[in-house]
Design a protein around this ligand. Structure first.
Ligand SMILES: *Cc1c(COP(=O)(O)O)cnc(C)c1O
Length: 368
């Protein structure tokens, strides 16, 4: 089976360097928030071109920390999308705030700026766009809305590490950027990890103390906090992989180019690319009205695509009937029925890409 993502292949690519880095940490005797974490935070900040990087336990926690550090909590509303990983919405509720879900632009699958205005209330405090599948949301339009209405702009960059909007890395345009190092992400650890980045000194200091019990000085809590730390083993692995990220993202883009040119003639909806954005193809997502039949056909022919995501957040049992929505979420619901994520990862071989294409071609021939 050709999977849609392959974290083990990533480990094998970097095996010698990763094994050496892990051995170094094991021998060091320092396993949490030590030298590896300090260095990785610096290197990641430098890679993005941002003043502060504060590591933490996961992408969900990065969002949670950024929201709390931006002063957002109970009584505040945060505008985001329903067509996302549930983590985006879960983090807003962890901060005690109220998510308000808005529909997506069906071409890019990201927060539609034209629908944000109608969702604003006197309680709105932030806009939280998701750079879904590796493509930045329209940060120019969303940035203008945030400025006009005095709102925070917090970017969910979990799927878009390294992507750019008008030449700037995502995460550095808004008040804060939040990253996940879950193993399948473009920059993946061998466990959980996350990062908040910002140019706002106060937000950075606030996130830094909240992640460790509100400490500024050890054992003395200056504000309520909790525990969301990155461990040394994960930081050491991420330091090995970061220098290769741009080249690996280019490899994803080359695979996407090949899919684009082959699939267009099959009448399959290929991903739209915005001219202002560089899309880093965390996922290569097509849409097809007979998604379930296409998925079954792929499974029968040795290809295992993913579905991101099968149910929008507002229809999931945990949220249905109680979550706030602004306007109809027609496009989010249609995307959930039609999207399919094809195999894409840096180690995917050219002949495997051709096998995926041949599988899709056969589906078209059979359904004629
Ligand atoms: C993966 C992901 C998250 C959460 O990251 P974790 O590290 O799994 O907590 C948040 N938002 C999006 C869009 C994601 O894809």
């Amino acid at each position: 089976m050709i999977p849609y993502a392959n974290p083990k292949a990533q480990y094998l690519t970097h095996r010698l360097a990763i094994d050496a880095a892990l051995a170094r940490v094991l021998a060091s005797g320092q396993y949490i928030l030590g030298e590896e974490v300090r260095q990785f935070e610096q290197e990641f900040a430098q890679f993005l071109g941002v003043a502060h990087a504060i590591s933490c336990g996961s992408g969900t926690e990065a969002l949670h920390l950024a929201l709390v550090a931006a002063g957002i909590g109970p009584g505040d509303e945060v505008i985001t999308v329903s067509h996302t990983a549930v983590a985006t919405v879960a983090a807003i509720e962890l901060a005690g705030a109220t998510p308000v879900l808005v529909d997506i632009d069906p071409a890019t699958y990201t927060l539609d700026p034209a629908r944000v205005q109608a969702a604003l209330t006197p309680r709105t405090k932030a806009i939280l766009p998701v750079h879904l599948y590796g493509q930045p949301a329209d940060l120019t339009a969303l940035g203008e809305l945030a400025r006009r209405y005095g709102l925070r702009l917090i970017e969910d960059c979990a799927q878009a590490t390294g992507a750019q909007w008008q030449g700037k890395r995502v995460g550095t345009v808004g008040d804060a950027g939040c990253f996940s190092f879950y193993p399948t992400k473009n920059l993946g650890a061998l466990g959980d990890g996350g990062m908040v980045v910002t140019n706002d000194h106060q937000l950075a200091a606030e996130a830094r103390r909240r992640r460790e019990y509100g400490w500024v000085d050890r054992y003395i809590s200056s504000c309520p906090g909790w525990n969301s730390r990155l461990d040394e083993l994960q930081a050491a692995v991420l330091r090995v992989k970061l220098p290769f990220l741009d080249a690996e993202n280019r490899r994803r883009q080359a695979i996407a180019d090949r899919y684009d040119s082959a699939l267009a003639e099959f009448g399959i909806g290929i991903p739209a690319r915005q001219p202002a954005a560089s899309h880093v193809f965390h996922l290569y997502v097509i849409r097809h009205p007979q998604r379930e039949q296409l998925l079954a056909h792929c499974h029968a022919h040795g290809v295992a695509p993913g579905v991101h995501y099968p149910l929008p957040v507002h229809l999931q049992p945990a949220y249905r009937g109680r979550i706030t929505t602004a306007g109809p979420l027609t496009e989010s619901e249609r995307a959930a029925r039609e999207v399919l994520s094809l195999p894409i990862y840096p180690e995917l071989q050219p002949e495997e890409v051709e096998m995926v294409i041949a599988t899709l071609r056969a589906f078209r021939e059979e359904s004629r």
